[in-house]
Design a protein around this ligand. Structure first.
Ligand SMILES: *Cc1c(COP(=O)(O)O)cnc(C)c1O
Length: 477
C-alpha cells in the first residue's frame, strides 16, 4: 500500500514513511492510493471477531510494510480492557468499544473509556506504541511539539508517557481548560513529558507551535514532530471501531446503519467515510457540529468558508470549537475523484483564507452519493439533550456526545439503526453536567483524587524563543 498526497505533487510513500510526519511536502494530506476492499464474504468472516482481531484485519491492509507479527503484537498490547477500562462502572470493557443500547434502533458507541476519557485515546494509544516501534527500528528519536485546549494534549501525553526515544512538549493556555483537564495533564510525572503552560490563550499556543515548525533549521536540529489530527495513523486506527460497532448493532451484513459523529477537525467522520469506502454498509454519516458550523454549512450549501479566529466561538463542547476542519481535504479529494489539480486549486484559496463553492461545478450534487449529511447544535440543545437522555434512559452523556445525538435524531432515516459516537465521558465536563442535571457525573474510581495529585509544569510567557530554549534544554535528555 502506497500513500499519495491530496495535492498530487509528493512521491508515494509507505505507511511507516508517513507515520512520523505531518503534511506531505506539497502541503497536502496523505491518502492511500486506493482503499482496500472488504467483500460481503470478508464481512461475514469478520463478524465474530474481537476488537484486536478486527484491528489487525483492518490495519494490516493499511500498514502492510510492518511485519504482520510485529503489527499484531502492537495491536494486542494496545487494545486491552486495562487500557480501555476507565468508563462507566456497568460497561463491558472486554469489548474495548462497547455498544450501549438506548432503545430499539438507537445506540451509543462508547469510545471514551481510555485513560483520558475521550475518544482520542482510541487512536493515540496505538500511535504511541507504533512510534516507539518505528523509532527503535530506525534508530531515531523524536520531540513531539503540540498545543492543546484539552483533549488532544492529554491523549498524546498518556500515549507517549514513558516511551523510549520520544519526548513530548505540550503547550496549554493558562486559562481555558477545566480543572479536571489541567490535573489530568499536569499530574504526569514522567521525565519525557513536558507541560508548558503559556501565559496567554490557546491561539497563542498554536502560534508558537507554528513559529517553531516554520523554523526549518530548528525543526531539523531538534527532530520536531507532531501528532495532530491529520496524522494518517490516527485516522486509520479510528476506522476499526466503525466495523466493531456495525457488527455489534446488526445481525446481517445486508443491513445498512447510520453513524452520528460529533465533529471538529473531521478526523472521526473521515474515518467513517473511509470505512464506508472499504465496503462497510453505512447508509449515513451524520456530521454534527456545535455553533462552530463550518462543516454543517458545507454539507447544507456546498460552500466551504473557513472562519477567522475572531469568528470562532468558545462553547460548552470545546473540543469541537474549530475554525476550519483540517481533515476535510481528504474527503474533497475523494469527492473530486482524486482530481489533484482541483484539490490544489481549492486549498490554495482556503490557505489564503478564502472560501470555495462546489455548487457551480456540479460537484456538490455528488456529496449525496457518499452518505454524508449534517446538522448543528447550540448550548440550549446540548443541555436539553443531556436532560432527555438522563430522564428517559438513565444514561449520562457529555456535551459533545449530546451534539451528536441531537443532530443524529434530527437527520436519521426511518427504519435505519442509528449509532451515536460517544467522544468524551461526562466526568470530563462536570460544570456542564451540573448545569444540565444539577448533579455530579460518575468518575472512575482511579481518578477520584486527580485534582489533589502533585502537578508538574513550567509557566512561560507567550514567547517563541522561551519555548525554543526549553525544548533545546531537554531535547537530548
Ligand atoms: C476531538 C474531539 C471531537 C472532534 O473530533 P474530530 O475528529 O476533530 O472531528 C469531538 N469530541 C471530542 C470530545 C473530542 O475530543
Amino acid at each position: 500500500m502506497k500513500y499519495v498526497s491530496t495535492r498530487g505533487q509528493s512521491p508515494a510513500q509507505t505507511f511507516s514513511e508517513i507515520l512520523l510526519g505531518g503534511l506531505a511536502p506539497d502541503g497536502g494530506l496523505y491518502l492511500p492510493e486506493r482503499y482496500p476492499q472488504f467483500t460481503k464474504a470478508d464481512l461475514q468472516r469478520m463478524r465474530g471477531m474481537n476488537y484486536r482481531e478486527l484491528a489487525f484485519e483492518v490495519l494490516s491492509r493499511f500498514a502492510d510494510d510492518i511485519p504482520a507479527a510485529d503489527l499484531k503484537a502492537i495491536i494486542d498490547k494496545t487494545y486491552t480492557a486495562e487500557v480501555y477500562g476507565f468508563g462507566r462502572s456497568d460497561s463491558d470493557f472486554s469489548q474495548i468499544t462497547p455498544v450501549r443500547k438506548l432503545e430499539d434502533g438507537l445506540y451509543i458507541l462508547e469510545l471514551s473509556n481510555g485513560p483520558t476519557l475521550a475518544f482520542k485515546d482510541m487512536a493515540m494509544q496505538l500511535l504511541g506504541n507504533l512510534f516507539e516501534y518505528a523509532l527503535a527500528r530506525a534508530g531515531q528519536d523524536i520531540n513531539i511539539l503540540g498545543a492543546t485546549s484539552g483533549d488532544t494534549g492529554s491523549a498524546a501525553e498518556y500515549a507517549m508517557r514513558g516511551k523510549k526515544n520520544v519526548r513530548v512538549f505540550m503547550l496549554s493556555p493558562l486559562e481555558g481548560m477545566t480543572r479536571f483537564q489541567q490535573a489530568q495533564m499536569y499530574s504526569l510525572q514522567d521525565a519525557n513529558i513536558h507541560n508548558i503552560v503559556v501565559r496567554g490563550v490557546f491561539d497563542d499556543c498554536q502560534d508558537i507551535v507554528k513559529a517553531v515548525s516554520n523554523d526549518l533549521e530548528f525543526k531539523a536540529r531538534y527532530r520536531i514532530g507532531a501528532v495532530n489530527s491529520i496524522n494518517w495513523g490516527r485516522v486509520s486506527a479510528q476506522v476499526v471501531y466503525y466495523f466493531k460497532a456495525y457488527f455489534a448493532a446488526t445481525k446481517s451484513n445486508d443491513e445498512e446503519v447510520a453513524f452520528s459523529v460529533p465533529s471538529g477537525n473531521f478526523g472521526n467522520a473521515c474515518a467513517g467515510h473511509v470505512a464506508r469506502m472499504m465496503g462497510l454498509p453505512i447508509r449515513q454519516i451524520i456530521v454534527a457540529t456545535n455553533e462552530n458550523d463550518v462543516l454543517d454549512e458545507f454539507f447544507q450549501t456546498g460552500v466551504y468558508r473557513p472562519r477567522t479566529s475572531g469568528e470562532t466561538q468558545h462553547t460548552s463542547s470545546p473540543s469541537m470549537d474549530i475554525s476550519k476542519a483540517s481533515n476535510f481535504e481528504r474527503f474533497i479529494a475523494d469527492l473530486t475523484g482524486r482530481d489533484y489539480a482541483k484539490v490544489t486549486e481549492l486549498w490554495q484559496a482556503v490557505d489564503r483564507g478564502a472560501s470555495f463553492d462546489l455548487k457551480p461545478a456540479g460537484l456538490f450534487d455528488k456529496v449525496k452519493g457518499y452518505g454524508l449529511v449534517s446538522g448543528h447544535s447550540s448550548h440550549a440543545d446540548r443541555m436539553a439533550t443531556i436532560r432527555q437522555v438522563w430522564d428517559k434512559y438513565g444514561v449520562m452523556i457529555d456535551t459533545h456526545t449530546a451534539d451528536g445525538l441531537k443532530v443524529g435524531l434530527e437527520r436519521r432515516e426511518a427504519g435505519v439503526k442509528l449509532i451515536c459516537l460517544e467522544t468524551a465521558l461526562p466526568a470530563k465536563f462536570e460544570d456542564a453536567i451540573r448545569e444540565a442535571l444539577g448533579r455530579e457525573p460518575e468518575r472512575p474510581q482511579s481518578l477520584a483524587n486527580l485534582e489533589a495529585l502533585p502537578q508538574r509544569y513550567e509557566v512561560l510567557d507567550a514567547d517563541t524563543e522561551a519555548v525554543k530554549n526549553l525544548i533545546a534544554a531537554h531535547a537530548n535528555d
